[in-house]
Design a protein around this ligand. Sequence first.
Ligand code: PEP
Length: 250
Amino acid sequence: MARKLAAGNWKMNGTRAALEELSALAQAHPDPSVDILICPPATLVQTAAATVANGPIQIGGQDCHAQASGAHTGDISAEMLLDAGATSVILGHSERREDHGESSDDVNAKTRAAHAAGLVAIVCVGESLSQREAANTLDIIGEQLATSLPDGCTAANTVVAYEPIWAIGTGKVPTTEQIDEVHDFIRARMIRRFGENEGRAIPLLYGGSVKTDNAAEIFATDNVDGALVGGASLKATDFSPIIKALEGKA
Ligand code: PEP
């Protein structure tokens, strides 16, 4: 059985004032039965980690460079995230793939860097609307998984997030049958590549317009071990019911 994880991606939102939301979340969940992770902008990682120190909430980054250090202006490395107090890093988010031209090969190199530094890599995959309409979803996901994930992925160092691009920030959510189909497919690929034990235990998150009112239905799907949440993770009052819905599954 995979661990359950409620992960929030704040994207390019939040200054120090937003840490109040993190404090409120920590107060609301002093002893959660699922893992909770917030990935704020890089500028807030260190102060966010200090804000939730000694509590159950963990802090992650939203990207890292494939190299540990060097002449890469504006980038940050996995080691730097770890040093700032992060335990995980989101990699290959569709916004990175689109805004920064990241390929699955790039994601693979970044994932290896995250693993080498001791961070959990949350590797995102997902199809566009045109790819779904052309009935190519599973081919696309299969290709992204095969290329983005390096050898050596385990339940301790990797999480996979299925995020259909057309569902991110749009309020559109796939049917539970569609989520079920893709998550079953990803689970089978994980088992085939990383073996029965690790393949079954790698957490599979769904992401794309998860909200208070649809979380429980999404979590009822087999092989959905949690969510990667954008907009609804920014306010503790929105994210907290999603965490509680996941606790209902744990
Ligand atoms: C995301 O950015 O990963 C995401 C799923 O966003 P939202 O929840 O806002 O759709």
